[in-house]
Design a protein around this ligand. Structure first.
Ligand SMILES: [Mn+2]
Length: 251
């Protein structure tokens, strides 16, 4: 059975806040959606909710990440769907998943590269993919629409599109999906901290999930801001992404 773990961690948003509320909101919105997926023609599998991992708010980000990592080491048992929090959680989830499962590639779907060297510190939502590459992870970032000061273009990835994504996926046996909700177009998913136009459609995510079948070791869904979700539409979409993610992980 797939485990679900929430990480309501948020320290480093530079602009708009609220992602720490996402795990609770996504679970709540699950009550409003059907269990059947028309995209995969099957029902959402049963899952085991292992709750949320909390840390003291007055600690610095690195100490909080260390505490989250310790708790994840105790809690992770197998394939896991993580609910963020801001993108900083990747510095806990992904290294601990490697300890458990060995090598895998990281497929990173995001409007941003997240490869600053320092962004209000070395450990923040805007530096994560750089830190992971420094740790030896292979990260492919697809669909990014902006490049920040001092960020480099990654070896694997595609600006404004999904070019090379299929080849990237085919090159690896095991894949971990790091999904930032700002990958979606802000016209239908505005509840994110740093929206970028020219985003992707829901069906693009479904097509990508289909290519990942049988390879996924884990998925994290990050950067949904319920505080900006004035119609609650994005909460429902997040719950549907949760359902489709569980199905893809289950296969
Ligand atoms: Mn982003």
């Amino acid at each position: 059975m797939i485990d679900v773990i929430g990480i309501p961690f948020e320290t480093s948003e530079n602009f708009l806040r609220g992602s720490a509320l996402a795990p609770a909101h996504i679970r709540w919105h699950l009550w409003g959606i059907d269990r059947y997926s028309p995209y995969f023609k099957e029902k959402m599998p049963e899952f085991s909710d292992l709750g949320d991992i909390w840390t003291d708010f007055d600690l610095d980000p690195e100490s909080r990440l260390n505490l989250i990592s310790e708790k994840l080491r105790e809690r992770i048992r197998g394939k896991t769907l993580f609910l963020g929090g801001d993108h900083t959680i990747s510095l806990a989830t992904i290294p601990v998943m490697r300890e458990k499962f060995g090598e895998f590639a990281v497929l990173h779907l995001d409007a941003h590269l997240d490869r600053w060297d320092n962004f209000g510190g070395r450990y923040s939502h805007a530096t994560v993919m750089r830190r992971l590459e420094e740790m030896g992870f292979t990260v492919g970032t697809f669909g990014y629409r902006t490049v920040g000061e001092g960020e480099y273009i990654p070896r694997f990835g595609c600006e404004l599109g999904l070019c090379g994504l299929k080849d990237f996926v085919e090159s690896f046996e095991k894949i971990y999906l790091s999904f930032d909700f700002d990958f979606f177009d802000p016209s239908f998913f505005p509840a994110v901290s740093n929206p970028e136009p020219m985003g992707f459609a829901f069906k693009d995510l479904i097509e990508i999930l289909k290519t990942l079948m049988g390879k996924l070791v884990g998925i994290e869904l990050v950067e949904y801001l319920p505080t900006l979700d004035h119609s609650l539409t994005c909460g429902t979409i997040s719950a549907i992404v949760f359902r489709e993610s569980l199905i893809a992980l289950h296969r």
